[in-house]
Ligand binder design. Structure first.
Ligand code: HEC
Ligand code: HEC
Length: 211
């Protein structure tokens, strides 16, 4: 992990150096500066909770590696404007997000989006089978749409639909609960989770963590 870290810093330094040495374009210089600053921030700050390269160890902290960049770019704004207001978001991310400029948020999102995503972990087979069915088919009788219709067939995410595959199950479960109770504002999701039972949530998040 140390090696990767040093490698990333060297890469960052050479990227910045290359640009200021050879480019007369001030705009691209400042973009390279932001890129480099984002890399340092990711390593010095974000990694302490979200893990090296965005693959976190503790389930309180979501994996960011491989997350869809436009979704990730939107989240710090949701922390800034406090529309994501569950206690962990308040405790950990409100202060953090308030210190990030918009270009820095974009660069951080690009950085984490391009890191290899965390791999799935095995779990309870019966819950996984139930969760997979719910994810792929929804519950037509209760007007719960298939999660796959927005999050992708493999929960890989796209644009503003987050990647869910390989994410920590306790984190995902908590998000479903705070979205259901509207502590977290997520218009596309409120109708989806309205009639989802705690047992169905547990099944779908166990499936998602496993892939
Ligand atoms: C002190 C710990 C801590 C640090 C440092 C931290 N975060 Fe977070 N972050 C969290 C927690 C906890 C959550 C989940 C909040 C919740 O449960 O709603 C989170 C959530 C996020 C999310 C939303 C992820 C999702 O799937 O919705 C993004 C994006 C994010 N952080 C980016 C960053 C970036 C970029 C940095 C570095 C500038 C950073 N975080 C630093 C603790 C931290
Ligand atoms: C109509 C599209 C749509 C459908 C269907 C949908 N989602 Fe979502 N989901 C979203 C969007 C958009 C977000 C991001 C919300 C935001 O803006 O913060 C999201 C966010 C989430 C999150 C939070 C992820 C994170 O990293 O914090 C979870 C968990 C989630 N969805 C699970 C599900 C599950 C499980 C289902 C099926 C029962 C489902 N979704 C169906 C659109 C959808």
């Amino acid at each position: 992990m140390k090696l990767q870290c040093v490698f990333a810093m060297v890469m960052g330094a050479s990227m910045g150096f290359g640009n200021s040495a050879y480019s007369a374009d001030a705009a691209s210089d400042s973009m390279a500066d932001t890129q480099q600053a984002a890399l340092h921030k990711a390593i010095d700050t974000c990694a302490s909770c979200h893990g090296i390269n965005g693959r976190s160890v503790a389930p309180t902290f979501p994996n960011l590696a491989g997350q869809a960049a436009p979704y990730m770019e939107a989240q710090p704004h949701a922390f800034k404007d406090q529309s994501c207001a569950d206690p962990d978001a308040q405790a950990y991310m409100w202060g953090m997000a308030s210190q990030l400029s918009d270009p820095m948020i974009s660069e951080l999102a690009n950085y984490f989006a391009t890191q290899p995503a965390a791999e799935g972990k095995p779990g309870n087979a019966a819950l996984i089978a139930q969760g997979k069915h719910l994810f792929e088919e929804g519950v037509p009788a209760r007007q719960i749409p298939p999660c796959a219709s927005c999050h992708g067939a493999h929960a890989q995410g796209m644009a503003t639909f987050p990647r869910l595959a390989g994410q920590h199950a306790p984190y995902l479960l908590k998000q479903l609960l705070v979205i259901q109770s509207a502590l977290r504002t997520a218009p596309a999701m409120h109708g989806v989770v309205k009639d989802l039972s705690r047992q169905q949530m547990q099944a779908v998040v166990t499936y998602l963590e496993s892939i």
